[in-house]
Every structure is written in structure tokens, then in C-alpha cells.
Design a binder for this molecule. Structure first.
Ligand SMILES: Cc1cc2nc3c(=O)[nH]c(=O)nc-3n(C[C@H](O)[C@H](O)[C@H](O)COP(=O)(O)OP(=O)(O)OC[C@H]3O[C@@H](n4cnc5c(N)ncnc54)[C@H](O)[C@@H]3O)c2cc1C
Length: 422
């Protein structure tokens, strides 16, 4: 009997790699029985990890709202494979996966690459060894390990540093100080903390962090991290008992190692059809994708961007099967919310992602933010119940193929586009 990987390879019309917001949504969208497609969804864990709630897991374990992906997908035609992807061979349309200690290959005609991102701890000396990250799993530097470390210091004036001036760092610092007011929490940022959207939003973020008692250190780039201190480029030293690294994200290296064109953060470079510019039978979505053309609102990492790009990629995959062309990907976000411990900043956005009208702060904003997070999950469950039903702001229904309207990988102004602000 031959033991060659090719003879034992399971083959699918579409394989979706990664079951986060993007991948799960893509798989559900492909689950229309009338399409008759063989679809597989591969994910490392059996449960769906709501990454937007990872900062809550610093305090206590968060009960998964989808504890079993296989049960969740049981009544759909999608085959769920719990396995870790090890490598991708785009020339042979194969993925090498590992499950329960053994490896095998899975073949695809089209692949939707949805492996998300993780905190980049390789971008400063000492960060990978001496810091914790808001990453899932049970690793020694994961959010779960951070929780154990924080609990060891509970009730003591431990020195906690959060490094980074963006939403991740703000959410981490806010959650720690809200839960353990005795701790001495400092947020160190290479720019002005909170300076990633409008001045009005920034003012609310900084006000609420200050209200909680978080010390803000702006314009200090961290140069090196040791077991008990952080040294900035200007030579300032910040001693710490716990350091949380939140200064940049990176996608998994599987695409780069497989020879796909990627950007500096290993995100797959895609056209506005979300197809890889180097390997068009591979689509990339969510945090793992970097569109090279306008996508309506800027393609920033968010649960909504991930989910709607997943829907779109599924439609693209189907369009190729039936020989049609669909509009380029375009979307709008309508609000953004950033948790700051017991508070949050929540603000409506225009179609180009610019904050408009007002910024809501305080506890009410935090409650509303939690409802939005819950809604994204229900956005997916709705798709599971009625596959093909979802549409999203800034996009006409992608299900209606528009023959010949879009150019693959094109970035020219086409009907349905919204231009970015700059
Ligand atoms: C603490 C925190 C708070 C956030 N808050 C917000 C917020 O309030 N609002 C918001 O919109 N966004 C928020 N985000 C961003 C948001 O979570 C991401 O943009 C979103 O999760 C991206 O979805 P995704 O499907 O691309 O990736 P993910 O959700 O990361 O999913 C990727 C999936 O791929 C799987 N995977 C990875 N590697 C492998 C492998 N080798 N083999 C098999 N499976 C693999 C993972 O297990 C995971 O299931 C937050 C992020 C963090 C970390």
C-alpha cells in the first residue's frame, strides 16, 4: 500500500484556514447546500476564541460562547478539522497539518487564509522572553499566564507596565487598573498614547485612563526589556514586576514561508478582490490580509472587518466556481469601541472610518461595547441559520455577481468604491 501523502490527501473545493471571525464567517457563507461545494474549516482549537474579549481573560477565564466548533457546524455541510497548520505548498495546493501528534496533507482548489494575527514580540530585544501578551492559548507568555502572574500580585502595589499607545495597550492597562487599583500601572508609548484616531477620542481615552489612575508616559520608544526593567531609547528606565507587550501585531509566517507575497507584518498582500497578488487561488481575510487597493473604510484589524471580509472571500470563491466576477471588496464600519477597564470610548464613524458626531465615554459606553461584541457573534450565528443572508454597511449584496465589472487585483476607481480620506 502506498503511503505517499498525495494518495492519502483529502481534497476540498475550498479550504478555510483559521476559525476566527473571518474564517468562521467564510466557512458559514460557503455552507449553502445548493452550492454542493466540498468545504473544510481547519482550526487549531475546538472552541471559538473571541479575541476581542482577551483582555477580560487577564482577570478570570472567559466562558466560550461557542465551546465546540464541531457541534456548532454539525448541521452544516462544512467539515471541521481540528488541527494546526504547519505549512502551505501553493504550487501543489496542499496544506500540511498536524493533529494528535501525526501530520497529513489536505488539498484544495481554493484556499481562504484566515489565520489572524498575534502580538509581535520579536520587534524589541527581550520582549519575547520578559513580557506577557494578550494572545490566546496556554503558553508561558499568553493572556492566561498573565492572569496567573497578576493574581500572584493581587492586593500588592506591583509595578505593571503596558507598552504601546494603541487600543491593545489601552485595553490591557485599563483592565488591570480597574481590577487591581492597588497596582501601579504605567502605559509607555512611542507616540502620544491614544493618538490613533481623532483628538476628541484621544481626549476621552486619556481622561478615563487618568481617572482610573494609569500613569501615561508618551514619546518614549522602548529599546530593551529585561526581567525587571524596560529601558527606552532615551535611556529612561522603568522597573516592572509585570510587563505587557502590546506594541505591534504580526500575522503567522506560514504564508511567507510558502512563498506568497506578504508585507512587513507577514500579512498576505491581496488585491481588492481579496485574492493573493502572487497566488490568486488563495484568498486572505481578516488580520492576515493586506489589501493593496482601496476597500472603502481602511482595512484596520477589527472583528467586523474580519467577519465581512470572510463573507466577501466566500463569495469570491463561489464566483470563481461558477465563472462569474463580483464587485471589489468594499465596506464601512459604523462605530468603534475601545474598552478602558470599567469604562470605554465608543464613537460613531463615517464611511471612511472618521469619528463623527460624539464620543461616548464611561460605564454606559463599556456596556454598549460589550453588546456590540456580542452582536458580532450573532452576526455569524445568523449566517449559520440562513447561509447567504448577510450583507454589511458600504457593500451592496455581494451575492449578485456583476459580470465583467471588476478587474482581478485592480485598484482603479470602480462603481461601489468609497475613497479613503487620504
Ligand atoms: C485584546 C484584544 C481586544 C480587541 N478588541 C477589539 C474590539 O473591541 N473590537 C474589534 O473590532 N476588534 C478588536 N480586536 C481585534 C480583533 O480581535 C481582530 O481584528 C480579529 O480577531 C481578527 O479576526 P481574524 O478572524 O482575522 O483572526 P483571529 O480572530 O485571530 O482568528 C484566527 C484563527 O486562526 C487560528 N489559527 C492561527 N494559527 C493557526 C494554525 N497554524 N493552524 C490552525 N489554526 C490557526 C486561531 O486559533 C484562530 O482561531 C481586539 C484584539 C485583541 C487581541
Amino acid at each position: 500500500m502506498s503511503s505517499s501523502p498525495i494518495s492519502t490527501c483529502e481534497n476540498y473545493d475550498v479550504v478555510v484556514l483559521g476559525a476566527g471571525y473571518a474564517g468562521l464567517m467564510a466557512a458559514l457563507r460557503l455552507g449553502r447546500r445548493r452550492l454542493g461545494l466540498r468545504v473544510a474549516l481547519i482550526n487549531a482549537e475546538e472552541q471559538f476564541v473571541e479575541r476581542v474579549r482577551l483582555q477580560e481573560t487577564m482577570v478570570a477565564p472567559v466562558k466560550p460562547r461557542i465551546a465546540s466548533l464541531s457541534a456548532y457546524l454539525a448541521r452544516t455541510p462544512v467539515a471541521f478539522i481540528q488541527a494546526r497548520a504547519l505549512s502551505l505548498d501553493p504550487a501543489r495546493n496542499r496544506i500540511n497539518i498536524e493533529a494528535n501528534g501525526s501530520t497529513r496533507e489536505v488539498g484544495f482548489t481554493q484556499l481562504i487564509y484566515a489565520l489572524g494575527s498575534h502580538v509581535d514580540a520579536d520587534n524589541a530585544p527581550g520582549a519575547s522572553q520578559h513580557t506577557f501578551r494578550l494572545d490566546p492559548g496556554e503558553g508561558p507568555r499568553s493572556a492566561a499566564a498573565l492572569r496567573a502572574a497578576l493574581h500572584r500580585f493581587a492586593g500588592r502595589p506591583a509595578r505593571v507596565l503596558a507598552v504601546g499607545g494603541g487600543p491593545l495597550s489601552i485595553e490591557a492597562a485599563g483592565e488591570v487598573k480597574s481590577t487591581w487599583p492597588d497596582m501601579d500601572v504605567t502605559l509607555v508609548s512611542a507616540t502620544r498614547a491614544g493618538d490613533f484616531t481623532s483628538e476628541k477620542v484621544q481626549a476621552v481615552l486619556r481622561r478615563d485612563l487618568a481617572r482610573l489612575g494609569v500613569t501615561l508616559v508618551d514619546d518614549e520608544r522602548v529599546g530593551e526589556i529585561t526581567a525587571n526593567e524596560v529601558v527606552t531609547a532615551t535611556g529612561r528606565r522603568f522597573p516592572h514586576d509585570i510587563c505587557i507587550w502590546a506594541a505591534g501585531m504580526r500575522a503567522p509566517s506560514i504564508a511567507r514561508q510558502g512563498g506568497l507575497e506578504v508585507d512587513a507584518q507577514d500579512r498576505v498582500v491581496v488585491g481588492t478582490d481579496l485574492r493573493s497578488v502572487s497566488h490568486p487561488s488563495i484568498l486572505a481575510v481578516g488580520d492576515s490580509a493586506h489589501p493593496n487597493g482601496p476597500t472603502g473604510a481602511p482595512f484596520r484589524p477589527s472583528a467586523l472587518t474580519a467577519a465581512v471580509s470572510g463573507v466577501y472571500a466566500a463569495e469570491q470563491a463561489v464566483a470563481r466556481v461558477v465563472g462569474k466576477t463580483i464587485r471589489p471588496f468594499s465596506f464601512s464600519t459604523f462605530a468603534q469601541a475601545i474598552a478602558i477597564g470599567q469604562f470605554a470610548a465608543l464613537f460613531p464613524l463615517d464611511s471612511n472610518d472618521n469619528p463623527i458626531l460624539f464620543v461616548m465615554g464611561g460605564r454606559a459606553a463599556r456596556r454598549l461595547r460589550d453588546i456590540l461584541v456580542w452582536l458580532v457573534l450573532h452576526f455569524m450565528t445568523f449566517e449559520r441559520l440562513l447561509p447567504g443572508v448577510q450583507t454589511w454597511p458600504g457593500q451592496k449584496r455581494a451575492t449578485a455577481p456583476l459580470v465583467g465589472e471588476a478587474e482581478s487585483n485592480g485598484s482603479a476607481a470602480l462603481p461601489g468604491y468609497q475613497r479613503r480620506r487620504s
